[in-house]
Design a protein around this ligand. Structure first.
Ligand SMILES: Nc1ncnc2c1ncn2[C@@H]1O[C@H](COP(=O)(O)OP(=O)(O)O)[C@@H](O)[C@H]1O
Ligand SMILES: [Mg+2]
Length: 241
């Protein structure tokens, strides 16, 4: 039986996919069998972040329609053995897939993996809420951007209304100097305003940005302060109950 981890944010561009992909690599390197389930139908990106885009032939809609077997749609990384991805169509068709359909997919694969990491689109939807309800661990990511903070807080409130309480917060792409000058929100103030467990803070890091946009995991980059923080956050997040 696998442990399900869901990564969420109120606004796009906070680093959900970057985190999901690097968490997948981190767990696979420890010998786990990991699936990253990309549920962002509008902006699929897990394949690109792992340099696997040319290897995705079948997607989850093909599986649900019965056009391929699930094994054909699960793409395993050659570089990180044990790390698999399952993608939505590259170009959005129709309205995506329902929570029931995603749940069927998860039920079909969950016995074969130690971890399933669910990467979600930004914002609240009944699908994201339902996936969060099925999860063992939830990470909510915000940046210092006020829109990201406000939409993240509203997502957190909506989850709490549903009785989903155990949510860890990550503040990402942090620019401390700009906060010190008063141009961006202070990290401590953001943490306090969410009123939830803070699992870490990751600075804005150019090397990490370049790696992500070139299909590279953060483990493969040297001398990156961001990567050190990300590693610590991943370890802390996995330890929390
Ligand atoms: N800590 C960071 N430092 C620098 N760039 C980052 C960091 N986290 C994310 N990014 C960049 O932000 C952009 C959005 O990240 P992404 O993971 O795609 O966001 P989301 O999935 O939440 O929309 C990407 O270009 C990524 O490289
Ligand atoms: Mg994303």
């Amino acid at each position: 039986m696998s442990e399900i981890i869901t990564v969420l944010s109120g606004k796009g561009g906070t680093g959900k996919t970057l985190f999901a992909v690097n968490m997948g690599v981190h767990l696979a390197l420890k010998g786990n069998k990991v699936l990253i389930l990309d549920t962002d139908f509008a902006a699929r990106g897990v394949d690109i972040a792992l340099g696997l885009e040319s290897r995705v032939i079948y997607d989850m809609v093909d599986v649900l329609k019965g056009d391929c077997r699930i094994k054909q749609a699960l793409v395993e990384s050659r570089k990180y053995s044990g790390l698999f991805i399952l993608e939505p169509p590259a170009v959005k068709k129709g309205s995506g897939i329902s929570l029931i359909e995603l749940s069927v997919l998860i039920d079909r694969v969950k016995n074969g993996f130690d971890y399933i990491i669910i990467d979600t689109p930004a914002g609240m939807s009944s699908v994201t809420e339902g996936l969060a309800a099925k999860s063992d661990k939830i990470l909510l990511i915000t940046t210092q951007d006020p829109v990201s903070v406000r939409s993240g807080q509203s997502l957190l409130a909506a989850l709490k209304d549903r009785g989903i309480e155990d949510i860890e917060l990550l503040i990402n792409k942090v620019k401390l100097k700009l906060a010190d000058k008063g141009y961006l929100m202070d990290v401590e103030d953001i943490a306090e305003s969410f009123g939830t467990e803070v699992c870490g803070v990751i600075p804005y890091d150019e090397a990490m940005h370049v790696a992500y946009n070139n299909g590279c995991a953060v483990v493969d980059i040297q001398d990156s302060r961001g990567a050190d923080h990300l590693n610590r956050v991943m370890q802390r997040f996995l330890l929390t109950e």
